[in-house]
Design a protein around this ligand. Sequence first.
Ligand code: FAD
Length: 379
Amino acid sequence: MLIQMTEDHQLLQRTVRELATEKFAPVAAEIDEKEEFPWDNWRMLGEYGLLGLNIPEEYGGPGGDTMSYVLAVEELARVCATTSLMLCGQALSTYPIVIGGSEEQKRKYLPEMASGKLMGAFALTEPGSGSDAAGMATAAARDGDNWVLNGTKHFITNAGIADVYMVAALTDKAKRKRGGISTFLVDKDTPGMSFGRKEKKMGIRGSVTGGIVYENCAIPSDKLLGPVGEGFKIVMETLEKARPGIGAWAVGMAMGALDQAIQYSKERFQFGQPIASFQAIQFMLADMATQTHAAHLLVLHAASLLDQGVKAPVYSSMSKYYGADVAMKVATDAVQILGGYGYCREYPVERMMRDAKIAQIFEGTNQIQRMVIAAELLK
Ligand SMILES: Cc1cc2nc3c(=O)[nH]c(=O)nc-3n(C[C@H](O)[C@H](O)[C@H](O)COP(=O)(O)OP(=O)(O)OC[C@H]3O[C@@H](n4cnc5c(N)ncnc54)[C@H](O)[C@@H]3O)c2cc1C
């Protein structure tokens, strides 16, 4: 089936929309202004069971379907990108455990991550390796019953505030992505793990992004996630599952910017009439709505395929890059429709435009998504 959406999904969508409007919209500007992680919002998301939507029922989640996850992400991003990104960060760090974790690891981490008691981080990027993730320098060497990690991670969401870190490291430098990368779970407070500087960012300013340093960081062998050398596969499968979430996050911002532009265009009078009566504005709104809807359908399609157990890296990449490009365009057009007011912080479209930019960059830049799609087409 092209898209499978149930009544439960629609109910979840409505419930999250109400929660977002009542609780998160009023504080979104303040979060951006203060550049502080909004712990109250994190706790509320945990209480509503929204942090573990991608986690199967037997491990404390509500069922683990991607459709619920993307719908919730969209509705939250419509009003507050920083709050919505909490779901994406948690999904990015729980998917590797769902995919590659032992039964013991799943039972230890997933229920508490689903409730928000534990926060996760996904540490792949390094100062010298971003798009070329397998070009990493962080390495793990065996030492008796332990693995010893050395290296530096960079631009990691939730660095320093997370409780558990999924870390990718080289265990065979010669093999790299062909069996030479492994993944590890590193608990907060493990000696040898410390945190670098917190980035000052253009957008998503309430979200923490920072560096991590591993210096002779010894971790017990039961913290190896999946078999030795299978880490790159776990990372790739994680990204395939997580990217529709970033597409949804971006689509949510586009929806929010469109809402603002429609409302403003009816209220703002120039030349004695609302600017919504000008065809130039109407055509912009029509384009924005069409592009947002197309991006929304791509996200739902990718989510639906994943939920039907179909390997869908191409659709996953399409939904991420198209959603991100649409969010950037729609948010920019919304600023244009609001004119000078759109450029000022009094209206949320200024923040939405800054927040949207990162969707084109993280979880694989939009160029990298196009490479994934083209590689499949040219197979
Ligand atoms: C706010 C934020 C949060 C993040 N969160 C996380 C996180 O939680 N975990 C994590 O591991 N990482 C995270 N990242 C890192 C993010 O995924 C990387 O920044 C991204 O993958 C790009 O890597 P890079 O910045 O090194 O850019 P580069 O790889 O250096 O790319 C620079 C430019 O070159 C282009 N380029 C590179 N290679 C090619 C190619 N072969 N063909 C065409 N163009 C190419 C890119 O598209 C880009 O435009 C985060 C980054 C930010 C800014």
